[in-house]
Write a protein that binds this ligand. Structure first.
Ligand code: GAR
Length: 217
């Protein structure tokens, strides 16, 4: 855990990732760390599901990983306490939601205030909130006929997809797009680009939140 001394700090931060699926965003972050320039390490990966390919990505790098399933707990609070304990025991500085399909409530979020970030596959405040996840987001964008969509990295608050926005990137929609082709373009052109950038900004202590708005220091 790094201390806020009021000065710029350059010690390496420890990232904990929450995943549910393929983990391409986790991969983009790990690749960017490998290339250098991000003062961070992915120290632990927790999946909401057995068999998520994201776990294989963690294993192949020797990163500690586990599955914590919501349905194994009596209440959402107990589940969130278990998740929080896992990350606290490992001194995690930043929690990265990378294709994580569980909505987190105050029990978890309040314990890591301004230290949880998420990638959403649309330009928030469009096509976000409960029910808008994965391919559903792109189906909704195509149904609405928007000509531009994109991705957003934001801080996580207890209100789904409503926390302070860190970075966004726009992507064109094509006439012949399917949800799958649009999802792929949004990942390639936006998600895998802005998520590592946002992690870098956080690791370099460059993000400041005032009145719900993110400013770069
Ligand atoms: C990504 O498009 C990500 O933005 C989205 O799931 C996809 C899978 O990500 N996340 C959400 O919809 C969260 N609400 P992955 O390949 O990193 O697992």
């Amino acid at each position: 855990m790094r201390l806020n001394t009021g000065q710029e700090t350059f010690d390496m931060i420890k990232i904990g990732a929450l995943v549910s699926g393929g983990g391409t965003n986790l991969q983009a972050i790990m690749d960017a760390i490998d290339k250098g320039g991000i003062n961070a390490e992915v120290a632990a990966v927790v999946s909401s599901k057995e068999g998520a390919y994201a776990l294989e990505r963690a294993k192949s790098r020797g990163i500690e990983n586990t599955v914590i399933r919501k349905k194994n707990f009596k209440t959402a609070e107990e589940y969130e306490l278990a998740l929080a304990e896992y990350f606290k025991e490992r001194d995690i500085d930043l929690i990265v939601l990378a294709g994580f399909m569980v909505i987190l409530g105050t029990t978890f979020v309040n314990q890591f205030e301004n230290r949880i970030i998420n990638i959403h596959p649309a330009l928030i405040p469009s096509f976000c909130g409960e029910g808008f996840y994965g391919l559903h987001v792109h189906e909704a964008a195509l149904k609405a006929g928007v000509k531009v969509t994109g991705a957003t990295v934001h801080f996580v608050t207890a209100e789904c997809d409503a926390g302070p926005i860190i970075l966004q990137k726009a992507v064109d929609v094509m006439d012949n797009d399917t949800p799958e082709t649009l999802q792929r373009r949004v990942m390639e052109q936006a998600e895998w680009v802005i998520y590592p950038k946002a992690v870098r900004l956080f690791a370099d202590n460059k993000l400041e939140i005032a009145d719900g708005i993110v400013k770069r220091r």
